[in-house]
Design a protein around this ligand. Sequence first.
Ligand SMILES: CCCCCCC/C=C/C(=O)SCCNC(=O)CCNC(=O)[C@H](O)C(C)(C)COP(=O)(O)OP(=O)(O)OC[C@H]1O[C@@H](n2cnc3c(N)ncnc32)[C@H](O)[C@@H]1OP(=O)(O)O
Length: 193
Amino acid sequence: MTRYEIVKRSVALITLTNPPVNALSSAVRLALSKNVERAMGDPEVTAVVICGENGTFCGGADIREFSEPLQGPPLLPLLDAVEAGEKPVVAAIEGVALGGGFELALFCHYRVAHYKSRLGLPEVTLGILPAAGATQRLPRLIGIPASLQMITTGQHILAQEALKLGILDQVTQKNVCEVAVEFALGAVGMSGA
Ligand SMILES: CCCCCCC/C=C/C(=O)SCCNC(=O)CCNC(=O)[C@H](O)C(C)(C)COP(=O)(O)OP(=O)(O)OC[C@H]1O[C@@H](n2cnc3c(N)ncnc32)[C@H](O)[C@@H]1OP(=O)(O)O
């Protein structure tokens, strides 16, 4: 459900692995929570990158679990742990970052995205509102009018627009995980080490 590896000697790369869109199922939330804790507690780890396998960051809540009672850890405490971590956490966004997946990216300290990726809060199309922090984190980044536009329409925006709005820190045409790892090393002053 997530893969954990150390790259460049000191960056914990956590990969969401839940085909087809790496949705935040109960098993993914549990595994992500354990791996964030592991990375934060490992003195050898200086930074963390979160990405998704097979060209998709995260499609949000796992709609296959919508008809079941909530199991596993809720999303918000997990995202709080990411944000409160003392090591920089970088989201490496490819494909889509939607709903809870976009919220996961918003709680990371930095966001690097592939130029073809799309971001959005489609909750309104399901008759709900973003419930894991986007209604606070997004306005802090881009202001209320642009946030309201995204929250109330559910429209996806392209990486370049997200960069212009201030949601993203970097957009790349290269391998987004590799770029995010370099970004993370730079964030701890270790680039090229
Ligand atoms: C339960 C509590 C957990 C905490 C959550 C906290 C609150 C969060 C809420 C949310 O995140 S709500 C938003 C949920 N996400 C969505 O609404 C996204 C819906 N999906 C799409 O918009 C599109 O599918 C896509 C991701 C943009 C991909 O589009 P594409 O055209 O490339 O492929 P599709 O044919 O549409 O889908 C492929 C495949 O993937 C399955 N799928 C898509 N999204 C999800 C998902 N969120 N969860 C599980 N599975 C998903 C889709 O059903 C297709 O499956 P198959 O038919 O191929 O089996």
